[in-house]
Design a protein around this ligand. Structure first.
Ligand code: FAD
Ligand code: DHB
Length: 394
């Protein structure tokens, strides 16, 4: 069966769903194709931190009601090292900007509900997605839905299918340059049923490695531990995880982690990855399909949001004014922010993690950087403005 739309969107993550909503506001139709089920995308635990710009956009689009009610605005974060905590007053250093802790799967739920309420088309559980003819003016996507072979003809294709998606692979090797860096550690993430141990996020550097205290709700904490990326989660009993968190987070004034049952745990690898350009013919990549950052700077979801804002704007000008300049500039426009975020995420990661082969010199350098960051207003401001997010057109 053949169907047609203006913009074929592969992937119903934050990037793909938000793009479909932004396009709908301008009267531009799209169809979203997603390989997983609705239930799966609405329950996968991932990011938690939304930049001020992401929050403002969602609110401005009328998508922020539950986020305002259930999310938590944070005006500072703590950097913890050598047994002491140091607050970075984000809002004070950035003219009142802040971050909001609101889980990614709740963002996804809000986006799916809003798009379906508009009568928008999201096809879940699609299989065998293949992108063709992106160099022509009539690209199309072949896929299987409910056992039926389908062909979606479009004007443009948005590859919003994440790091493991298919869109990127339809760009010939001669049309892309890939930049990567892998890190010799991963994060072990848990969800723990216990009230928040702190009012703000804690990024801790310790002899035993990095630890991060975040939150999900008044009853649920989200915590991360630096670990070996090859480690098997089965090697980490709940007791071991709690002990390691307590040691890495210990302070001289005897701060206590509130503990409870661990209800979910997993290990994720960390990498930096960028593909240039983020476009090939009529195929535009957005979000994790085009770039990955290590999670320490909390930038991935927010970068995905920034990409699709630019893409929606460029497509709108194409359809309304027949302009192609913003589409042509899309990749360069996005890559400026992407590389800023790559640097920030690499910098936070390098400052806060223990490197397996690091010597005493490297550790002294990390301490010097931490000390400078918490004691110089200029250094703290640099961290703060990156963390709350640079304006969309900075
Ligand atoms: P995804 O969310 O990966 O969505 C892609 C979608 O495409 C998926 O639903 C997938 O099923 C679908 N798909 C894949 N292949 C196909 C196919 N062939 N056909 C159809 N559909 C397909 N970012 C932040 O900003 N702040 C944070 O605090 C933060 N913390 C994080 C913590 C963790 C533990 C992790 C893992 C990530 C974190 N991130 C954070 C990063 C953030 O989760 C990602 O950057 C974000 O999900 C990117 O959104 P996306 O829409 O580009 O891709
Ligand atoms: C969370 C994730 C991050 O990567 C981060 O830097 C801060 C918080 C979280 O999942 O809550």
């Amino acid at each position: 069966m053949n169907i047609r739309t203006r913009v074929g969107i592969i992937g119903a993550g934050p990037a793909g769903l938000l793009l479909s909503l932004l396009l709908a506001m301008e009267g531009i139709d799209s169809i979203v194709l997603e390989s997983r089920s609705r239930e799966e995308i609405e329950t996968t635990i991932r990011a938690g931190v939304l930049e001020q710009g992401t929050v403002d956009l969602m609110t401005g689009m009328g998508l922020g009601e539950r986020m305002q009610r259930e999310g938590a605005a944070h005006h500072g974060i703590e950097l913890r090292f050598d047994g002491s905590g140091h607050r970075i007053p984000l809002s004070e250093l950035t003219n009142g900007r802040a971050i909001t802790v609101y889980p990614q799967h709740e963002v996804v739920k809000d986006f799916v509900a809003a798009r379906l309420k508009q009568g928008g088309s999201i096809l879940f559980n699609v299989k065998d997605v293949q992108v063709s003819d992106v160099s022509s003016s009539q690209p199309h996507i072949r896929f299987v839905h409910k056992q039926e072979q389908m062909e979606l003809q479009c004007d443009f294709i948005a590859g919003c299918d994440g790091f493991h998606g298919v869109a990127r692979s339809s760009i010939p090797a001669s049309g892309q340059t890939v930049f990567t860096r892998s890190y010799p550690f991963g994060w072990l993430g848990i969800l723990m049923q216990a009230p928040p141990s702190a009012n703000e996020l804690i990024y801790a550097y310790s002899e035993r490695g990095f630890a991060l205290v975040s939150t999900r709700s008044p009853e649920l904490q989200r915590l991360y531990l630096q670990c070996d990326p090859q480690d098997d989660i089965a090697n980490w009993s709940d007791a071991l995880i709690l002990e390691e968190l307590q040691v890495r987070l210990a302070t001289r004034d005897n701060w206590q982690l509130l503990v409870g049952p661990i209800i979910q745990k997993s290990i994720l690898a960390m990498r930096s990855f960028v593909i240039e350009p983020m476009q090939y013919g009529r195929l535009f990549l957005a979000g994790d399909a085009a770039h990955i950052v290590p999670p320490t700077g909390a930038k991935g979801l927010n970068l995905a949001v920034a990409d699709v804002r630019h893409l929606a704007r460029a497509l709108t000008l194409f359809y309304k004014e027949n302009r192609t300049d913003l589409l042509e500039a899309y990749s360069n426009t996005c890559l400026r922010r992407v590389w800023r975020a790559e640097h920030f995420s690499w910098w936070m990661t390098s400052m806060l993690h223990r490197f397996p082969d690091d010597d005493a010199f490297g550790q002294r350098m990390q301490r010097a950087q931490l000390d400078y960051t918490v004691s110089s207003r200029a250094a703290a401001t640099s961290l703060a403005e990156n963390y709350v997010g640079l304006p969309i057109d900075w």
